[in-house]
Design a protein around this ligand. Structure first.
Ligand code: RBF
Length: 158
């Protein structure tokens, strides 16, 4: 039998930081409420969730790094919505946000999940923030929750 180490989806007592960009808030608010709802329905206490709001996706890594540095959280969930416009800004911000969130994930010993929508148009944003394609805030929250449990398991499995 292989020795399988994996995280479950129960997180009683764990503390989460949600870092959410305000841009396109009709969609990013949906990601935040989806993430909170998913955490609470998996046993997380309301009081153990802290939401940090920042201006846009470009700022997500800066806030996530400070939240990680504080040592107060078992996992960080990064949420934001980028919608392509008529200039190249979309690509620059998307790559900086993605690279920055990845760097935070590697620099700190807690899980950091990625819930940034990179949409070509409004329809894609609608689909991914609570309709046809689900709610990516929920998925990012569950990934953070599973990873927080996996890290705990990894500490005790050796
Ligand atoms: N932030 C987002 O979170 N989503 C966007 O779709 C978005 N589009 C932007 C488009 C332009 C032209 C600019 C200048 C900024 C945009 N931002 C967006 C904001 C960006 O992430 C950041 O907050 C600001 O550039 C301030 O540093």
């Amino acid at each position: 039998m292989p020795n399988i180490v994996e995280g479950n989806l129960v997180a009683v007592g764990k503390r989460f930081a949600i870092v959410a960009a305000r841009w396109n808030d009709i969609f990013s608010d949906k990601l935040v409420s989806g993430a909170c709802d998913a955490l609470v329905r998996h046993g997380v206490d309301d009081d153990d969730i802290t939401i940090f709001r920042c201006p846009g996706c470009f700022e997500l890594p800066q806030v996530a790094a400070r939240a990680a540095e504080s040592g107060k959280y078992d996992a960080i969930i990064c949420l934001g919505v980028l919608i392509r416009g008529g200039t190249p800004h979309f690509d620059y911000i998307a790559s900086q946000a993605t690279r920055g969130i990845g760097t935070v994930a590697q620099d700190y010993p807690i899980p950091v999940s990625y819930g940034v929508l990179t949409c070509d148009n409004l329809e894609q944003a609608i689909e991914r923030s609570g309709s046809k394609a689900g709610n990516k805030g929920v998925e990012a929250a569950l990934a953070a929750l599973e990873m927080a449990n996996l890290f705990e398991q990894m500490e005790t499995s050796e």
